[in-house]
Design a protein around this ligand. Structure first.
Ligand code: ARG
Ligand code: ZN
Length: 444
């Protein structure tokens, strides 16, 4: 009867929501090398094309990675050849790569056993959901309470708790502090896993890392954008922003092409949600390298700190700005250590100090597996951006050593870095961060 019918429908709906919503079959990633200002201007117009997305914006004599749907592939290749813009193909079928990246747990049963065995669900062999990450934080807080305290600093726009692990052994009075965040961008999965790996080393392996734990307080926020992170697991693998809803009124503004670019009803309305949490900070907000269009991946928001995530982080950091000596933000990909400023080509007064410590950090990182890293400012190595967290940490909170780390790799897998690289990436990044930490201990 009726009841049975509803039941079946309900089941089907559940099955659909379980699968990732957006698929990327035969989507390609092209690496472009524009060499003239005209090329760059040309390429920028592609941004408004349906389904195309720059993973890094075009800059003259730099490389720019562009994701394209299969139906524009032929047209686009001709377009690039006509204009003599050099390109290589990084990926031919993103969906196939997505399927390979993150191995499923062998069985629910074996993961359950593992969890009762260890007390938490993290395997370090795959990228876990936010729920597992929260379980791990609770596990640390309840098993090593003298060393780790889990602080809830706010709620995301979809009401997920925003959590920071505070590590303090209490061995040094007035200890300086280091802040680390990961996952400001949803799709950059290796950033949260690396923040968690560092958290594990500092706590579960306290005995081997006493030098940097006893002298320093650590604030680690493994997932700064849990809504975007979850959305990139459940719906759209390449989601970058948070998931805040733009005011209903804005739907009319979407028709204002001059202001917002093209807007598509239907599927693409989805992409008009969310704010880029690395363009929303209150320092030279929206001056450069940020979008005014809610439908774009680098939408800066309606005003600085419009988002609960950036507000919670900045309030927490500002309250401790005298104590915090280093601000480290983990992103991916491109293997770079970036230092301020991002919004201008001018260098800060103490640029040499930051380069000196940064070089030491990169040397330590490379000693492990030889992973090549570049070091410099964002406008010199990548592209300028404004309203980013690293600039704010230095410019507004007065934190001297402010860095953004773009973790592995250089584009072979990009955001789809295989889970087998979680541990080596964690190890080398920890080596770099320990070097920064030792410098902080010795100078404060
Ligand atoms: N990939 C990062 C982004 O686009 C780079 C940020 C580096 N920092 C900066 N201030 N530009 O957000
Ligand atoms: Zn990022």
């Amino acid at each position: 009867g009726d009841g049975g019918g509803k039941g079946a429908k309900g089941k089907r709906r559940a099955a659909i929501t379980k699968n990732r919503g957006r698929t990327y079959t035969n989507y390609q990633v092209l690496r472009l090398r524009p060499t003239t200002d005209e090329d760059v201007q040309e390429l920028k117009t592609l941004e408004d094309e349906h389904g195309l997305e720059f993973w890094s914006p075009p800059v003259k004599n730099g490389t720019s990675d562009l994701m394209i749907p299969p139906d524009v592939s032929e047209y686009l290749r001709e377009y690039l050849q006509d204009r003599d813009i050099e390109f290589t193909v990084l990926t031919n079928d993103l969906e196939a790569e997505i399927k390979k990246q993150n191995p499923k747990p062998k069985s629910k049963y074996s993961e359950k056993l593992l969890k009762t065995d260890k007390g938490h669900p993290l395997t370090w062999a795959r990228f876990h959901r936010y729920k597992d990450i929260l379980d791990y934080l609770d596990y640390l807080g309840s098993t090593i309470p003298d060393l780790v305290k889990i602080v809830t600093i706010g709620k995301s726009s979809e009401n997920r708790p925003l959590k920071v692990a505070h590590i303090s052994s209490g061995k040094r009075k007035d200890a300086p502090a280091i802040w680390i965040d990961g996952g400001i961008h949803g799709r950059e999965w290796v950033a949260p896993s690396t923040a968690l790996f560092i958290l594990k080393q500092l706590t579960e392996n306290y005995n081997t890392n006493k030098a940097v734990v006893d002298g320093i307080d650590w604030f680690i926020m493994p997932v700064a954008n849990p809504d975007g992170y979850e959305y990139s697991h459940s719906v759209d693998r390449f989601w970058r922003k948070n998931r805040s809803k733009n005011p209903a009124k804005r739907y009319e503004d979407y028709y204002d092409e001059a202001r917002y670019g093209r807007f598509f009803w239907g599927d693409d309305a989805e992409t008009c949600q969310g704010v880029d949490l690395n363009r929303n900070w209150d320092f030279h907000w929206k001056e450069i390298g940020a979008s005014s269009s809610p439908c774009k991946p680098t939408f800066a928001g309606d005003r600085p700190f419009s988002e609960p995530e950036t507000r919670a982080m900045s309030d927490f950091i500002m309250d401790r700005s005298d104590q915090i000596k280093a601000y480290l933000s983990l992103h991916s990909y491109s293997q770079m250590l970036l230092l301020p400023w991002g919004y201008t080509k001018q260098n800060p007064k103490d640029y040499d100090d930051l380069m000196y410590v940064g070089r030491k950090a990169v040397e330590a990182l490379q000693r492990l597996y030889g992973t090549p890293y570049k070091i410099g400012t964002s406008p010199s190595l990548l592209y300028p951006t404004s309203g980013s967290s690293d600039d704010w940490a230095k410019g507004k909170a007065g934190i001297k050593y402010s860095y953004t780390l773009e973790l592995r790799d250089k584009g072979t897998h990009g955001f789809l870095l295989p889970a087998s690289q979680i541990v080596p990436t964690g190890r080398e990044t920890f080596a770099a961060i320990k070097t920064i930490a030792k410098h902080v201990v010795n100078t404060s």
